[in-house]
Design a protein around this ligand. Structure first.
Ligand code: TYM
Length: 328
């Protein structure tokens, strides 16, 4: 079976953007592929994060992924820092990545501009670690949102470069993007991505938000001039809400427009809030059960790390041999 890899970084709490852009496809793909999924804790220290917060976010994220349907019986789920080969391969791949290539990454530019006091080398090398994650497991498909596309392109470039220089070593991966919702926008700024760590949390709906919070955030969502509920580039605010409604209701964009053709913005916003809150209420009760079961979580992590280490070691050994390291 072909291999699928994806990861999420625990810099903050999971959002509906993460769910719609990546996790929904990650869950669906567990049915037909060998899926390998990681909580990318190594990536999260490229920003300043207090240790207690990182630990909590990691366990929350791990539990939420299981509650969302990433069944550890059907795929591999583990923490990136439990498999040392990620860091080892990342170092090697750093030496096959050009400075200019890493400097062009728009996320690096955005993040350095937002936190000029902490433009660390890890932030710069971040996409190379991401390439190592994917290439270690010979993944063919990578379910991600639009904002990770440029990083995936770099992973492809690095894989092809290494394969050409030595001999075929890595599978060259392809991104899998959702047809609807590859970039969920912030509710307070529909031209920007909804992010885990946005300064103003009112624009972001977190998977662990309660019903009142979700309803408030949707009611206050920035909309556009006019009164019609139609999907159009001139109406980024309403289009974003239509996208969210469509994904959570399972209806198409067209069906959503028809359903609300006689409704006003206020009623539509309430309807979006309701459908998302219903989904989150079910998710959160399952999540609470899993999150409180420490023994189960450790067991899943341990099992995942053991199997992943075995797979990762195979690729890493091959790479080390090819570059010319003397092997024991
Ligand atoms: P991260 O943790 O920022 O986001 C996790 C996934 O969610 C998607 N996503 C979104 N999709 C649609 N709309 C949004 N507003 C939105 N916000 C986030 C992201 O595209 C991503 O798929 N570098 C990665 C983590 C990573 C990774 C990897 C991913 C590390 N190694 C290897 C794939 C393969 C990241 O920071 O994602």
């Amino acid at each position: 079976m072909e291999i699928v890899y994806s990861a999420l970084k625990p810099t903050g709490k999971l959002t509906i953007g993460n769910y719609v852009g990546a996790i929904k496809n990650m869950v669906a793909m567990t049915e037909n592929y060998d899926c390998i999924y990681t909580v990318a804790d190594l990536h999260s220290i490229t920003v300043n994060i207090p240790p207690a917060e990182l630990r909590e976010n990691t366990l929350d994220m791990f539990s939420l992924l299981i509650a969302l349907g990433i069944d550890p019986e059907k795929c591999l789920l583990f923490l990136q820092s439990h498999v040392p080969m990620h860091s080892e391969l990342a170092w090697i791949l750093n030496c096959y990545t050009q400075f200019g290539e890493a400097r062009r990454m728009t996320q690096f530019k955005d993040k350095s501009a937002k936190a000029p006091e902490n433009v660390n080398v890890g932030l710069f090398a971040y996409p190379v670690l991401m390439a190592a994650d994917i290439l270690l497991y010979q993944a063919k498909y990578v379910p991600i949102g639009k904002d990770q596309q440029q990083h995936l392109e770099l992973a492809r470039t690095i894989a092809e470069r290494f394969n050409n220089r030595y001999s075929p070593t890595f599978v060259v991966p392809e991104g899998i993007f959702p047809k609807v919702g590859a970039k969920i926008a912030s509710l307070i700024d529909p031209t920007a991505k909804m992010g885990k760590t946005d300064e103003n949390a009112e624009g972001t709906v977190f998977l662990l938000d309660d019903r009142d919070t979700v309803m408030r955030k949707f009611k206050r969502a920035v909309t556009d001039s006019g009164a019609e509920i139609i999907f159009s580039p001139e109406k980024p605010g309403i289009s974003n809400l239509i996208t969210i409604y469509s994904v959570f209701s399972g209806k198409s964009i067209k069906e959503t427009e028809t359903e609300f053709q006689n409704a006003g913005y206020a009623d539509f916003k309430s309807a979006v809030g309701e459908i998302v809150s219903d989904f989150l209420a079910k998710l959160q009760s399952e999540y609470k059960r899993i999150r409180s079961d420490k023994a189960y979580l450790s067991e899943v992590m341990q099992k995942g790390a053991t199997s992943a280490t075995h797979l990762a070691q195979k690729t890493l050994s091959k790479v080390m041999r090819k570059v010319g390291f003397v092997r024991l």
